[in-house]
Design a protein around this ligand. Structure first.
Ligand code: GUN
Length: 292
C-alpha cells in the first residue's frame, strides 16, 4: 500500500509556484493577487479560507480576505463581486461556499467574471472544461489529477467509480477522467444516492473517488484488492477525547480499505492540501494570462 501524500505533493507544488513568483518579481512583472470572500462564521469555511490566505503568503502572492456578516444581503454580496471583477489589482477571487441560505448560490457563482473565476465554478469555465478547452479547472478535481499523475497511477482503460455527483467534485471529476489526458482515458461510472447495488459496482472498480460526504462510508468489503482510493470526504465528527471536541473523518473507512489498496489518500493530508495548492496554481495562471 502506498500513501498518496497530498501534504508533501502540495508542498512541492507550492515550492514550484513560489519559484515562478520569484521569477515574475525579477522580471518586474505583476505578483499574483488572490481575493477570498467569506460570508458568515461557518467553522469549516473559516478554516479553509484561512488556509488559503496562509498559502498565498507562503508562495509570495498578495491576498485580500473580505469577511462579511452572516446577514449580508444578496445584493450587497453581488456589489462586492462587481467591485472585485473591476479591480485590476486582483487576478482571481473566490467566494467560499456554502453561503447562508438566504443567498442564491447560483446567482453568486454566475456573477464572477469567468477570467477571474479561479474556483472554475462559472458555467463558462464548466462548459470549456467539458469541451477540452483551456479554462480554470475546479481545484479539488485538478488536485486529484495532479496527485494521480505525480504518483504515476495508471488510469487509461481503468474502471473508475466516482461516488457523489456534486458540482464541485463528483461531476467535474467524472468528465475529466473520461477525457484524453494523462490522468484520464478511464471508463467512468458515477454513483450517487439513488444508485442500486453500489457494492457490486465498487467491487469492479480499479479506482474509487469517494466524494459523498458520509464519514467512513466506503468499507473494505466494498473494494477489491489492488484498488486505488481517493478520499475527498472531510467531516467533523464529535470526539470528546480530542481537545477541540471533534476529529476529521474521510468518506473511507481507512483501517479496512487501506490493507486492500495499491494507493490510498489519507484524511487529513490527502486531497485537502492539494485543493489549496491548485487554487494557487489557478491564481498564477490567471495572473500570467492577464499579463500576456
Ligand atoms: N467549499 C468547499 N470547497 C470549496 C472550494 O473549492 N471553493 C469554494 N469557493 N468553496 C468551497
Amino acid at each position: 500500500m502506498i500513501l498518496l501524500d497530498g501534504k508533501k505533493t502540495a508542498a512541492d507544488l507550492k515550492q514550484e509556484i513560489a519559484l515562478s513568483v520569484q521569477k515574475l518579481k525579477k522580471q518586474g512583472k505583476k505578483i499574483p493577487h488572490l481575493a477570498a470572500v467569506l460570508v458568515g462564521e461557518n467553522g469549516a469555511s473559516m478554516t479553509y479560507v484561512n488556509a488559503k490566505v496562509k498559502a498565498c503568503e507562503l508562495v509570495g502572492f498578495k491576498s485580500t480576505l473580505i469577511k462579511l456578516p452572516e446577514d449580508t444581503t444578496e445584493e450587497k454580496l453581488l456589489q462586492e463581486i462587481e467591485t472585485l471583477n473591476n479591480n485590476k489589482n486582483v487576478d482571481g477571487f473566490i467566494v467560499q461556499l456554502p453561503l447562508p441560505k438566504h443567498i442564491n448560490e447560483q446567482k453568486i457563482v454566475m456573477a464572477v467574471n469567468p477570467d477571474k473565476d479561479v474556483d472554475g465554478f462559472h458555467p463558462v469555465n464548466v462548459g470549456k472544461m467539458t469541451l477540452d478547452l483551456p479554462c480554470f479547472l475546479p481545484a479539488t478535481p485538478f488536485g486529484i489529477l495532479e496527485l494521480l499523475e505525480r504518483y504515476n497511477v495508471e488510469t487509461s482503460g481503468k474502471n473508475v467509480v466516482i461516488i457523489g455527483r456534486s458540482h464541485i467534485v463528483g461531476r467535474p471529476m467524472s468528465i475529466l477522467m473520461s477525457q484524453k489526458r494523462t490522468a484520464g482515458n478511464a471508463t467512468v461510472t458515477v454513483a450517487h444516492s439513488r444508485t442500486k447495488n453500489l457494492k457490486e459496482i465498487t467491487l469492479q472498480a480499479d479506482i474509487i473517488v469517494a466524494a459523498l460526504g458520509k464519514p467512513e462510508f466506503l468499507t473494505g468489503a466494498m473494494v477489491k484488492n489492488g484498488v486505488t482510493i481517493i478520499d475527498v470526504g472531510i467531516t467533523r465528527v464529535e470526539d470528546t477525547t480530542k481537545k477541540r471536541g471533534y476529529r476529521l473523518a474521510g468518506d473511507v473507512h481507512f483501517e479496512s480499505v487501506a490493507p486492500k489498496s495499491a494507493f490510498i489518500t489519507p484524511v487529513p493530508g490527502g486531497v485537502g492540501p492539494m485543493t489549496i495548492a491548485m487554487l494557487m496554481k489557478n491564481t498564477l495562471l490567471a495572473c500570467e494570462r492577464k499579463e500576456n
